[in-house]
Design a protein around this ligand. Sequence first.
Ligand SMILES: [Zn+2]
Length: 108
Amino acid sequence: MINHAEAEQKKYAEMLEENKPSECEACSGPLSLEKINLEDYQGGKLYLMEHVPAYVCQSCGEVWIPEPIMEEFEKMIETVKQKKEAAVKSKNIRTVNKSQAKRHKEGK
Ligand SMILES: [Zn+2]
């Protein structure tokens, strides 16, 4: 079985190598690869993508998000929007998946 999260990380790593900027475009400072949280407000709702790789300038603090990451983020928003519509339609149907229930219990 393919670990989806791992595959995603590998895909991002390849994307980042291909798109790696040599220096900050604002101040020419050194960039370091960090995990950041992407946020976007659309239709009064907050969409959040956590721990995405981005380049952070060590000199001025500017965050440079690689184009493929932004595309993934936009795709994720579309997916969430579609899921929400589906959830409204099947409002009265509740199913509990054992592994999901366990994860909820362990979380936080
Ligand atoms: Zn900079």
